[in-house]
Design a protein around this ligand. Structure first.
Ligand code: GLN
Length: 240
C-alpha cells in the first residue's frame, strides 16, 4: 500500500480555525496513515496559490471578522472549489466556512458577507447565540455528536439535503430540526468539538470518497475505536 498518497487541503487556517477545528485534519491524517496511506497536509490562506492536486478539503469556523477577512479571496477561488465539488471531491466545512459555502451570511450587525453558493443555503445573524452540546441523527452516519456556537441561523434550499436531524441543541436554526447540509460529497455542519474525533463514521466517509476517487477502491481494516466509543458515551450524556 506504500506510495499511495492522499493530499488534504485546509482552507484558511489562519482566519478560520476555532473550537479545535484543526482536530479534523489530524483525525483524517492519522486514520489515513492507519489505513496505510501517505498523507500530505497543505494549508491555503488568503493570497496563496491554490494547489493543483487536492483529494480532500477541510474548513473551519471563525468570527464574523475572520469571515469578512477571507470573503474576497474565497470568491476568487470559488470556481475551482465548485469544479472540485462537482467532480466528487469530499469536503467538510464547519460553521463559519459552512455559512460562506452558502449564498450569503447577513450578520447580526448588518454586514452581508457574500458566500460562494456551492451549497444552496442562506444564513441570517440573530441576536441570540446558539451555544452548547449537540446530538443529531442521520440514516447514513447514525448518531452525530458535537458542539455549536454561532449567531448565524441557516436555512436550506432544495439543492441540499440536511446532514442530520437534531435530538439535542439547535443546529441550522431554531425553526427546524435540521443540522448541516450536503451536496454531492460536500458536508457542511455547525459542529465543532472538533467533530471528527467523536464521529469517525464521517471521517471514514470522507476518506472513502477521497481514496475511491483517486485509486478506484478503498480497502479498510477496522480500526479499534475503543476510545472513540468512550468519548461518545461521555459526550452524548453532557447536558446542553
Ligand atoms: N461567525 C459565525 C457566527 O457567529 C460563525 C461562528 C463559528 O464559526 N463558530 O454565526
Amino acid at each position: 500500500m506504500t506510495g499511495r498518497l492522499i493530499t488534504i487541503l485546509q482552507l484558511y487556517p489562519k482566519a478560520m480555525n476555532i473550537y479545535g477545528d484543526y482536530g479534523n485534519v489530524l483525525v483524517l491524517k492519522r486514520r489515513l496513515q492507519w489505513y496505510g496511506y501517505e498523507v500530505n497536509v497543505l494549508a491555503y490562506n488568503t493570497g496563496d496559490k491554490f494547489p493543483d492536486d487536492v483529494d480532500l478539503i477541510i474548513g473551519g469556523g471563525g468570527q464574523d471578522s475572520g469571515q469578512l477577512q477571507i470573503q474576497a479571496d474565497l470568491l476568487m477561488i470559488a470556481p475551482r472549489l465548485q469544479q472540485l465539488a462537482d467532480r466528487g471531491v469530499p469536503m467538510l466545512m464547519i460553521c463559519g466556512l459552512y455559512q460562506l459555502f452558502g449564498k450569503f451570511f447577513k450578520t447580526a450587525s448588518g454586514d452581508v458577507i457574500q458566500g460562494i453558493g456551492l451549497l444552496d443555503i442562506e444564513t441570517y445573524g440573530k441576536s441570540e447565540r446558539l451555544i452548547g452540546n449537540v446530538v443529531a441523527t442521520s440514516d447514513q452516519f447514525g448518531k452525530i455528536i458535537g458542539y455549536e456556537n454561532h449567531s448565524g441561523q441557516t436555512y436550506l434550499g432544495s439543492g441540499v439535503t440536511p446532514l442530520g436531524e437534531i435530538q439535542l441543541g439547535a443546529g441550522n436554526n431554531t425553526d427546524s430540526n435540521t443540522e448541516g447540509a450536503r451536496y454531492n460529497n460536500v458536508i457542511g455542519s455547525y459542529l465543532h468539538g472538533s467533530i471528527l474525533p467523536k464521529n469517525p463514521q464521517i471521517a471514514d466517509f470522507l476518506i472513502d470518497r477521497a481514496v475511491t476517487n483517486k485509486y478506484g477502491v478503498f480497502y479498510s481494516e477496522p480500526i479499534g475505536d475503543k476510545f472513540v466509543g468512550e468519548a461518545r458515551k461521555v459526550a452524548s450524556k453532557r447536558p446542553r
